[in-house]
Design a binder for this molecule. Structure first.
Ligand code: NAD
Length: 423
């Protein structure tokens, strides 16, 4: 049933570089600085064996990439997905550098991944693979140098195993080595929903800007994992009508609005929306979902979903990028010309890394904050970042993505300049 738009997958790293080049040109960045920022600083590829439940040995490939650590320790998620490759991880690491700089938290950018479909592994195999991968990348990770977090295919449990593995190596508990951990092992209140909360805040601000009443808006969300489901839940709580959501099993559409809490419960119990039923529900493909008539579209699954091939047919007035890299530069141009307002990934989904930063700070201090405190601080950072980017976009007549890159790239370039080149 699923026809996810990935027939001709464009290289995400080439796209990330293209997006960087647009900002570098406008900033008139020095050629040497361009060369520094255009490529990752460190890349680790690991190949490691895991004994499977049937006694056989399987060798997995994984990566950890540091794009830039000028502004602080490397920060970025770990992805478990069969399509993970070095260029995807490079792109995701680069986007993390810009995202952290944009919301002005003291981190550099990193990302990791393992080429695996985690759904094909037993819990036992998943734990062993995770622990071995954590050991392999322990060359790089640590609370003061590189702090992983969940991404596609990983979750709080995977983070707990990584934390435990690094703690076993050291002989004492190291809570701040990962974020997105379960609350029971010093995770942060509010982290589970943080990316979705940031998406919903920027969606609300974007609606305000384009003169759309949020409580009359219709919303479509692609992806129903950590980001998509929390975005859908919070957006519908804020009064907008979520008319379609999707996951890998396909898309679920009801023009009068979906019962998001019921879908969340179903997806938690069944690990997917596959088989979900409700009166009047229509089943669509992921490609059809993107082209539905709606006010706000939230892509929250994977890269390269809105491309030159479908950009003309997107009907949403606002796109809020919950996912990293869902829109290609070619599609960006088409959508900008058509007046579609895009809140770019490095802004829209920065709520996750922002609360990860709060979790890290709490872990380092062993002093924990209330959920209200977390959500208030997150709200302030998201609104401030959105308005800062919007002002530049309006003043310079550039898309929000370019405006966001102008802020972020300049912050990293300035820090590099001030620190100087060693030795
Ligand atoms: P997740 O694994 O929790 O969920 C991914 C969702 O996408 C699932 O519903 C899955 O079914 C769906 N999906 C995956 N492959 C698909 C396919 N081929 N067709 C249709 N749907 C598909 O992942 P997540 O953490 O929610 O991440 C989603 C996106 O948000 C990614 O781009 C990620 O990099 C980005 N992101 C995540 C966070 C975070 O805090 N988790 C923060 C910032 C950005």
């Amino acid at each position: 049933m699923t026809t996810f738009v990935e027939e001709k997958r464009e290289n995400p790293f080439a796209i990330a570089q293209q997006q960087f080049d647009i900002a570098a040109d406008i900033l008139n960045l020095d050629p040497g600085m361009r060369d520094i920022l255009r490529v990752p600083q460190r890349e680790l590829t690991v190949r490691f064996p895991v004994t499977m439940d049937d006694g056989s040995v399987r060798v997995f490939t994984g990566y950890r990439v540091h794009h830039n650590i000028t502004r602080g320790p490397a920060k970025g998620g770990i992805r478990y997905h069969p399509a993970v490759d070095i260029d995807e991880v490079r792109a995701l690491a680069m986007w993390m550098s810009w995202k952290c700089a944009l919301v002005n938290i003291p981190y550099g950018g990193a990302k990791g991944g393992v080429v695996v479909d985690p759904k094909q592994l037993t819990m036992h195999e998943l734990e062993h693979m995770t622990r071995r991968f954590a050991s392999e990348i322990s060359l790089l990770i640590g609370p003061e140098k590189d702090i992983p977090a969940p991404d596609v295919g990983t979750n709080a449990q995977v983070m707990a195993w990584i934390m435990d593995t690094i703690s076993m190596h050291r002989g004492y508990t190291v809570p701040a080595v990962v974020t997105g951990k379960p609350i029971d092992v010093f995770g942060s209140l509010g982290r589970m929903d943080a990316t979705g909360r940031g998406v919903s805040i920027t969606a609300r601000e974007a609606a305000k800007h384009v003169g759309l009443k949020f409580d009359e808006a219709t919303v479509v969300v692609q992806g129903f994992g950590n980001v998509g489901s929390a975005s859908a839940a919070l957006i519908s709580k804020m009064g907008a009508k979520v008319i379609a959501v999707s996951d890998v099993s396909g898309a679920y559409y009801h023009p009068r609005g979906l019962d998001i809490p019921a879908m969340l419960q179903y997806a938690t119990q069944n690990k997917s929306l596959h088989g979900y039923q409700a009166p009047g529900l229509e089943l669509l493909s992921n490609a059809e979902l993107l082209e539905l008539d709606c006010d706000i579209l939230v892509p929250a699954a994977l890269e390269n979903q809105i491309t030159a091939a479908n950009a003309e047919r997107i009907k949403a007035r606002i796109i809020v990028e919950g996912a990293n890299g869902p829109t290609t530069p070619a599609a960006d141009e088409v959508l900008f010309d058509r007046g579609v307002f895009i809140v770019p990934d490095i802004l829209a989904n920065a709520g996750g890394v922002t609360v990860s930063y709060f979790e890290w700070v709490q872990g380092l201090q062993e002093f924990f904050w209330s959920e209200e405190e977390i959500n208030e601080r997150l709200e302030r950072i998201m609104v401030r970042s959105f308005n800062g980017v919007l002002e530049i976009a309006l003043n310079q007549r550039v898309p929000l993505r370019t405006a966001a890159y102008l802020v972020a790239v300049k912050r990293v370039a300035d820090a590099t300049l001030i620190r100087g080149i060693y030795p």
